[in-house]
Every structure is written in structure tokens, then in C-alpha cells.
Design a protein around this ligand. Sequence first.
Ligand code: ATP
Ligand code: MG
Length: 326
Amino acid sequence: MATGSSGRSGTDDGDPARGAAPAGRTRRTTAPRSRAPAARAAAGTRGTRSRARPKAKVAPTAHAHTAPDEPFRLVDIEPGRPDGLKKKAIAEELARHRGRIAALQARLYAEQRRSLLIVLQAMDTGGKDGTIKHVFQGVNPQGCQVWSFKQPSVEELAHDFLWRYHAKVPTKGMITIFNRSHYEDVLVVRVRQLVPEEVWAARYDAINQFELALTQAGVTVLKFFLHISKDEQKRRLERRLDNPDKNWKFSRADLAERKRWDDYQVAYQDAIMRCSTPHAPWYVVPSNSRRYRNLVVARAIAGALEAMQPQFPPAESSLGRVHVDD
Ligand code: ATP
Ligand code: MG
């Protein structure tokens, strides 16, 4: 899998109640009525529950997509994993989705007609790296790229804000993962007031148009917000301090951002609300539990790939008559 970074530092299961679904609506107790295509895909079409599999007793955490600007409150979404899910069941289902993703990626790559863009956003320690590591195991590295976006370089800042992201969108046949993304330009940029309000406020529409244009060009866009609680972030930061093998991951800068936790939550909420579209849904993923997070993301990606129905290109004619010389 190719990876790179941009910026100054260079560097099927069919129950939507059992995971994240596109955001846009705050109802937590009812199953969504109408879901966007990708949401239906994420919910999956193949039933995987068998009598032997424990049935999760789960309060819905899903949010049906309806339209941008429909009220949505992040605070209504439980970042913890639902009760009643057994480790073994999660591991089995994750393994199954990984297999689906790998098989469908092979087709997408061979087909060379469409592509998939996965946007990962989270607060610091939210698990973007871990999600990439665990969900994409088994994927052919040749057909997959990861781009990490840091603070923009001078050259990047001299362009329109979408320039550096547009340059990295997937080409036909590829799966591309954005580890941070164009959403930083309405998140950190807003919270830290790096540009005047009228500038960042105009970006939601620009983002929606950008994502629409990508979709029209054959790019399926899936956006995941890995939702952790403030307490969970504290635990994870402390682990980075306590565990010598994790010290390298600790950054004092994360403490500064943590002080602005509430501002970030508001900025995320607005970004999710204003940029949840049928063509590019947001999934709010309960992410305090790493295992459950991986499962939810893998399920959504497998479902979306399945909905794309990528096909191997047709074989040359009359292959039965072809003889390979000794
Ligand atoms: P990790 O800490 O797991 O390595 P990370 O994504 O947090 O991953 P860092 O190098 O720690 O990477 O931080 C990158 C920083 O760049 C983040 O604080 C992010 O908010 C910031 N950043 C990304 N895009 C922009 C942008 N467009 N404008 C300003 N800052 C940005
Ligand atoms: Mg960081």
C-alpha cells in the first residue's frame, strides 16, 4: 500500500442499528426510513446472523441521512460500543468483511473504471492509523494509497484550499484513504481562526461541490468520523506517556488541541451536518472500542464496494481454443 503525506512536516450484516450510518439526523431510537445508497450498502444485503451467533442487544447509534443542514447533534451519539457484542463475534465479522473488501478491491482494480475515496477524520488519538492498519489487511497494496495531510506548506497555502486534496484523489481502479482531509479546512482552521469566518464558512459549499464532482467522475466517497469521548482521549494520551513503546506518539500539541475539545466538537458537528449528502455520506463511528470501530468501518466499506458491483473485464474471445506452447 502506498503512503504519503502532504503538508509542512512532509511526512454485512444488515442491521444499521449495529454500527454507524450516515449522519444528518438525531433520531437514535428508530431505524432510518430512507437511506442514501451508500448507507444501504453499509447496512449490507447479505444476512450474516445465524442461530449460533449471539444477537447483539444494541441501542441504535445510527443516523439516517436525509439532507444537508438537517439538525444533527454529536452529543447524541454514544462513542462507546454497544452492549452485548462478544469479542469473538466481532473478530469473525471483521475477518469476513476484510475478505469481502480484498475480493472486491481485486475487481475494482482490474475493472479500471471507478474508484473509492475514504476520508478518515478524528480527534487526536481517535484511531485513524489503527483503522487503516486493521481494516485494510489483505488489500493488495498496489491498488491502495494512503495520504496523510498535515499543516499546509507555503506552496499549498498559495493555492485554493482544495488544491492539495484534489491532487491526491484516487485514479480509476484505486482505493485512496485520506488520513485527515479537506475537512481540516473547516475544523482546525475554524477552531484556530486561521482564516476569517467568511472564508471558512464558504468552504462547506465548496466541499459539497467538490465531492459531487468526484462522484460524477466515478469516485465513491465515504467519510468516517471516529467518535471518541474526552475521557477516552485522556486514557489514550496517558497510555502514550506511560508506555515507552508509545512515547513517540505523544505530542504536547495534542494537549493544546484537547483544551479546545468543545470547539472541535461543534466544528465537527457542523461539518458533518452541512456536508452529509446522498452522494458522500458521513458515518459517525463509535470509536471508544477499537475492535468495534474497525468492524463498523469495515462493514461500511465492504457494503459500499459491493454496491459498486465492480466486474473483471471481459476475457478475450475464444480462450478455449488458445494453446500455450511448451
Ligand atoms: P498522528 O498524530 O497520529 O501521527 P496526525 O494526523 O495527528 O497523526 P500530526 O502530524 O500529529 O498528524 O498533526 C497534523 C496536524 O496538521 C494536525 O494538528 C492537523 O490539525 C493539522 N492540519 C491538517 N490539515 C491542516 C490544514 N489544512 N490547516 C491547518 N492545519 C492542518
Ligand atoms: Mg497528531
